[in-house]
Design a protein around this ligand. Structure first.
Ligand code: ATP
Ligand code: MG
Length: 381
């Protein structure tokens, strides 16, 4: 990819004090649709920060609000309340529709499920068109630049073909070449593989991985769970609300509504370095999920105690006592840095586990292996 040329300002110059590494910063986003039947709130107060260079997938059931959320990022639609800052620019406050559309053409690449190539234009002409719209790159440089983009996605041999004469996977690659033509730092894709066979879908994700390595930020909505393992971060939306990422990582097999319940009802607690979080031989009233930092699980809290395990962010503890009953068989204390945990009450946790057999099974395995480890360490004493 050639380095971006000096680009004229796109008409928006409202800067914001968001995190310097943030590409997308959303605060309190609410979206309500009104129709004859009344009001319907699709996004219920979303806070989300996505950092430069991240490759993020967004998943959620049909109707959960994924496309609506993307439309808030692209400025295709506007929020009922809240603020969206992209690359330091507040894209809604004091900005007209036409300013936003111009900003979008220069700063965003957008990819849809149905490629939306113009059928009467060849692939290279389709790619050139987006530079024409955004008035980017000198007129005589556009064909060369378009060919370069097609080469990047492996389609240079098909440049002069009409879309209908190439496969659907190749049409989507061409749509991505078109999205990249103005060298946007951010690529937003709504189910880009939803209409493709798995081999073509893989080719698209390979390309996204490569673009992400080259520094692009990519946000992709998908229905396909096999693709989320290839992104650097996965965000789940459930009924218009985001699930806490610690919860979805600690208990990945739960239903989304259960994850959301935990997100809403867990308490956030902070501990200083080496502070005791859970004493030995104590009733355990919560399931703990580590949001930040790391903890040491010890055989006791005296000087002769031994380390049983070292747990990191997104690990959980307390499950042995909650699932088996009885008092705590180990002591848990914060590591060298401050620790933040989510604590979720015992009775609600037990009810949710009962409603989710695959989570019960997975937790059962964790309990078993931790108990074996515990026995080994105690025996060595
Ligand atoms: N313009 C609109 N007017 C009224 N309701 C809308 C509008 N756009 C979306 N909705 C409603 O908002 C809800 C969320 O829609 P959205 O398209 O964001 O869901 P989604 O998660 O992308 O679903 P899918 O997986 O099916 O694409 C749906 O109930 C939808 O009917
Ligand atoms: Mg959608």
């Amino acid at each position: 990819m050639t380095p971006p040329r000096a680009r004229p300002k796109a008409g928006l110059a409202i800067h914001d004090m968001s995190h310097p590494d943030a590409m997308i910063d959303m605060h309190g986003i609410v979206k309500t649709f009104k129709n004859a039947a009344g009001e319907f709130t699709v996004l219920k107060g979303i806070d989300l920060t996505i950092y430069r260079g991240e490759f993020v997938s967004i998943v959620g059931k049909s109707g959960s609000g994924k496309s609506t959320l993307l439309n808030m990022i692209t400025g295709i639609d506007h929020p009922t309340a809240g603020k969206v800052v992209i690359g330091g620019t507040d894209i809604y406050t004091g900005v007209t529709e036409s300013q936003r559309s111009r900003w979008r053409g220069r700063n965003l690449g957008i990819v849809f499920q149905f490629f939306q190539l113009l059928p009467m234009l060849t692939l290279v002409e389709n790619v050139m068109l987006s530079m024409d719209y955004a008035e980017m790159h000198d007129f005589d440089e556009r064909p060369e630049r378009a060919m370069e983009m097609l080469k990047l996605v492996g389609l240079e041999k098909f440049a002069n073909k009409l879309p209908v004469l190439v496969s659907t996977g190749q049409q989507q690659l061409a749509a991505i070449a078109r999205a990249l033509a103005c060298d946007p730092p951010l690529l937003v894709a709504d189910e880009p593989t939803g209409n493709l066979d798995s081999k073509s879908a893989d080719a698209i994700i390979d390309l996204f991985e490569e673009l992400s390595r080259r520094g692009k930020t990519i946000v992709m909505v998908t229905h396909d769970p096999s693709l989320t393992s290839r992104t650097t971060r996965n965000i789940i939306i459930s009924d218009g609300e985001l699930i806490d990422e610690t919860v979805s990582r600690a208990l990945p097999l739960l239903r989304h509504r259960h994850m959301l319940e935990i997100t809403k009802n867990a308490r956030r607690e902070s501990f200083q370095p080496h502070e005791v979080i859970l004493e030995c031989n104590q009733h355990v009233e919560d399931l703990y999920m580590i949001a930040n930092g790391s903890v040491d699980v010890m055989t006791g809290n005296g000087s002769r105690s031994r380390v049983l395990a070292h747990l990191e962010a997104n690990d959980l503890f307390g499950e042995i006592e909650l699932l088996r009953g009885g008092k705590s068989i180990a002591c848990v204390q914060a590591g060298n840095k401050p620790v933040e945990v989510l604590a979720f009450p015992r009775a609600d946790f037990l009810r949710i586990v009962e409603e989710s057999p695959i989570t019960a099974e997975a937790l059962g395995k964790i309990v078993q292996s931790r108990l074996e480890e515990h026995k080994k360490v105690i025996r060595k004493k």
